[in-house]
Design a protein around this ligand. Sequence first.
Ligand code: ADP
Length: 266
Amino acid sequence: QGKGLLAVLVRPYGQGKRLLLTQDITERERVDATKRDFVANVSHEIRTPLTVLAGFVETMATLPLTEVERQRVLNLMGQQAKRMQALVGDLLTLARLEGSARPPADQWCPVTRLTQVVEQEVRALSAGRHELIVDTGALEALAGQESELSSALGNLAVNAVRYTPEGGRIQIIARRGDDGSGELSVVDTGPGIAPEHLPRLAERFYRVDGSRSRDTGGTGLGLAIVKHVAQRHGGELLIESTVGQGSRFTLRLPPSRVRAAVTAAV
Ligand code: ADP
C-alpha cells in the first residue's frame, strides 16, 4: 500500500524529497482512514437503535396492543433512547477532551471525594450483586481536573460491574507506585481479557464481544475516554488481565500530581 503511494505520488517531486513526502502522505492517509472509520462506526452505532425504535413506533401505530404489551414496547423504546443518549454523551465528552489543547486545571482533588462519587455509582448499578472493597488510604490528593478524574474512574468501575458476574468482587484502590506516581485502580474478578485484545482495547469502539457490550449498555467509548483523561494529565492507562481470573485497570498519574497520605510514624 505504502509502495503504491510512493510510485504514484512521489515521481513528480524530484530528488531528495521522496522519503519525507511519502511519510507525510502515508500519515495523512492513515489519519483520513481513521476518521472515515470513526464516522462509519458512529453512523452504525446510531442507526441500530434508531432502526429498532422505528420498528417499535410502527408496531404501536399498526397493531392493537393490550395495555401490558404497550408498556413493554414503551420500555424497550426507552432503552433504545437511553442507548443513544449515552452514545451522544460519550461522543461529546471525547470531542471536548480531544478538542481542548489546554491542560487540565491543577486543582488538588481529595482522593476520598473522587472515590466516594464512584462508590455510590457502583453500589447503585451493582444492586448488591458484587462485593465492593474501597481502599484509598495511601493517597491523599491528586492534582488535576476533578470532573475528568472522577468520570475516568467511574468508567472503569462501571465496566467492572458490567462485565463481572454476580457474586464477583470489585476493588477500588488508590496507592503510590514505586516511582512516586499515583495509581487509581479498579480490580475485578470478571472474565478477564485475552492478551491479543489488550493493545487495542482503548481504541474508540473496539470491543472484545460486541453484542455483550451493547446489551450491557456499553457505548464502546469508555476506555478511549479514560485513556484521554490519563494522557491529558501526563499519565497513562494500564491494563492487566488474566482470562478466567479478572482484570486490573489503572489510571496512573506522574509524581508531580500526587500528594501521598501522611502515614503515622511507628
Ligand atoms: P464498552 O462500552 O464496550 O464497555 P469500553 O471502551 O469501556 O467500551 O471497553 C472496551 C471493551 O473492553 C469492552 O467492550 C469489553 O470487551 C472490554 N472490557 C472493558 N472493561 C472490562 C472488564 N472490566 N472486564 C472484561 N472486559 C472488559
